[in-house]
Design a protein around this ligand. Structure first.
Ligand code: SF4
Length: 434
């Protein structure tokens, strides 16, 4: 069984930006004891929302007192009326509306002022569509397909737009019909390029694989669309929110599996699904292959490959410089880099669990072994460096010292504040010279 992961799977630019904004706001509020709310669920992914809740970030409720709080407007955007209400509530507003959604809002706003009625091709009731309707000055209509065109009233001038995550094919068919019905129209291609690329890739991928797994929240419009596109092309398609929902028995007869994900699905969830499929595949193949794959996994997961790479680099540099390659130098490079990567992993456990779940699991399982290995490797590299010369020992020690202190500084909560203060002072000093 082969697994092909779609290149476009995972967070889109707008969702990544919204996540960055909300985490920045949370870090800032942590320092002054405030609270961070999101205007509606930040994204349509229950697992990510659960993690945000653990950080104290939750969706805003009607009766919430907004004193000393920050409200993050999510990527879908909101209506101008709702924005005014939030501004009047006294909360600090952090606008994470996706720039591509903002573009659609301004197209609608401009045309509504010029007397156009707006037709939005999208999902009625979806947060982005509700926000867009707020810019239509009360002259907005939502339809989901070409079949709904006949239900629309007669209008003089119409502005046609799509929800940014609309299916390209559905939009093209609907626009064709709308153009026939409304002679005075202006049509805008507002499907986001991230959505169209994702949909194009799922079309191609679904033709190249035997089955498709779509990872993402069931409440996510773009995830559901990906699943529909794949299923409509006749490819057996499985939509799952997490790896726990994956029924491996259903995959037994397929040799090539495609994996894609919605714009609000984080990498760690995609990776967990891929890991589960690959572990299942391992059970179906011979012992030699299982052993080889396990060895490769340990080699990569444990950072041993970094050490081997460092040894090869040291050896080839010596050859290129015309120096006799020395085993000791190769060993110092191998042990030093291996120890730094291993110890660094434990310093950034939270990030590793999100970005590299399989490596994090391996390290969690053998935590004691890896800590001992990391420390022993560091000590041996120092001893070896000392036996070569004091200069080499000093270089290794200096690298260790820098790694330790830069790592420590970056992990400090106040580091961004210190950095802001330094930048601000430098800016003020520069202004005095201008
Ligand atoms: S799908 Fe496109 S429009 Fe929607 S949030 Fe992502 S980048 Fe923005």
């Amino acid at each position: 069984m082969r697994v092909i992961i779609a290149k476009t799977a995972g967070f889109c630019m707008g969702v990544r930006k919204a996540m960055d904004n909300v985490l920045d706001a949370a870090n800032k509020r942590e320092r002054d004891d405030g609270v961070v709310y999101t205007e509606g669920p930040l994204i349509h992914n229950p697992q990510v929302l659960e993690r945000l809740e653990k950080k104290g970030i939750s969706a805003l409720k009607e009766s919430t007192d907004l004193t000393k709080s920050t409200v993050v407007i999510r990527a879908h955007g909101i209506t101008p009326k709702r924005r005014r209400e939030l501004e009047e509530s006294g909360a600090e507003i952090c606008d994470a509306t996706c720039p591509r959604v903002k573009r659609v809002q301004s197209v609608i706003e401009k045309h509504a002022k010029d007397g156009y009625s707006t037709i939005i091709v999208g999902d009625d009731g979806h947060a982005e569509v509700i926000g867009l309707l707020g810019y239509t000055e009360g002259k907005g209509y939502v339809i989901s397909s070409s079949e709904d065109v006949s239900s629309l009233p007669d209008m003089d001038k119409v502005c046609i737009v799509a929800q940014t995550t609309q299916d390209m094919h559905t939009y093209a068919l609907t626009v064709e019909k709308l153009k026939h019905r409304y002679k005075d129209h202006k049509e805008f291609e507002t499907i986001c390029s991230s959505t169209s690329k994702r949909q194009e890739e799922v079309i191609n991928l679904s033709e190249a694989v035997d089955a498709m797994i779509v990872v993402g929240g069931r409440g996510s419009a773009n995830t559901n669309r990906l699943a529909h596109i794949s299923a409509n092309r006749g490819t057996p398609t499985f939509l799952v929110e997490t790896e726990k929902e994956l029924d491996l028995k259903k995959l037994i007869d397929f040799s090539v599996i495609g994996v894609t994900a919605g714009a609000s699905t984080p990498n760690w969830l995609i990776q967990s699904v891929v890991d589960k499929v690959q572990a299942f595949q391992a059970k179906k193949v011979g012992k030699v292959r299982i052993f080889t794959e396990k060895a490769i996994t340990v080699l990569i997961g444990s950072f041993m490959y970094i050490g081997i790479g460092a040894a090869s680099f040291s050896y080839s540099s010596s050859v290129l410089l015309g120096i006799d390659p020395r085993i000791k130098f190769c060993a110092i490079a191998t042990l030093f880099l291996f120890s730094m990567y291993v110890l660094n992993h434990f310093a950034n456990k939270e990030a590793a669990a999100l970005n590299e779940p399989s490596r994090a699991k391996l390290y969690e399982k053998h935590q004691g072994v890896f800590v001992v290995l990391g420390i022993v490797a560091a000590v041996i590299s120092f001893v070896l460096a000392f036996t070569v010369s004091l200069e080499v020992f000093f270089c290794v020690f200096l690298l260790f010292y820098l790694e330790l202190h830069i790592g420590f500084l970056l992990s400090q909560r106040d580091f961004p504040v210190l950095f802001d203060i330094i930048v601000w002072h430098r800016f003020q000093a520069r202004k005095r010279y201008l």
